[in-house]
Design a protein around this ligand. Structure first.
Ligand code: CU
Length: 121
């Protein structure tokens, strides 16, 4: 009887650990199961965003990758800003998930003439 209780206690502890640890992962899983996961990419190269205008369905995660040998940023032009990356060095990435439909213009704060737009449908 004593042995059995110990086993049950160990199982409970393992379950508790399993439930508290990968919480973020499990949340991601739930979201994935409920809606189609959509991914899109914008390349930053030669001082421009490509494609300059990207149209995606709501719920899409857009990832910007800096393929330039110069640091760039991805900063929402809206007020308040919908998103803002840190300074991205070569091959660094920034991702943002667009959950609401709308037009999201953005620019590079290092080179404000670099502009792009994400249109969420
Ligand atoms: Cu830039």
């Amino acid at each position: 009887m004593k042995n059995r209780n110990l086993r049950v206690a160990r199982l409970a502890a393992a379950l508790a650990l399993g439930l508290t640890w990968p919480t973020a992962r499990q949340k991601g899983f739930t979201a994935d199961a409920q809606q189609t996961v959509s991914l899109a990419e914008v390349k930053i190269d030669n001082f421009s965003f490509s494609p300059a205008v990207l149209t995606v369905p709501a719920g899409t995660t857009v990832t910007w990758t800096n393929r330039d040998d110069i640091p760039h940023t991805v900063v929402s032009s809206d007020d308040p800003k919908a998103f803002k990356s840190k300074v991205l060095d070569t091959d660094e990435k920034f991702s943002f998930t667009f959950s609401k439909a709308g037009s999201y213009p953005y620019f590079c704060s290092v080179h404000p003439k670099m502009v792009g737009k994400v249109v969420v449908q």
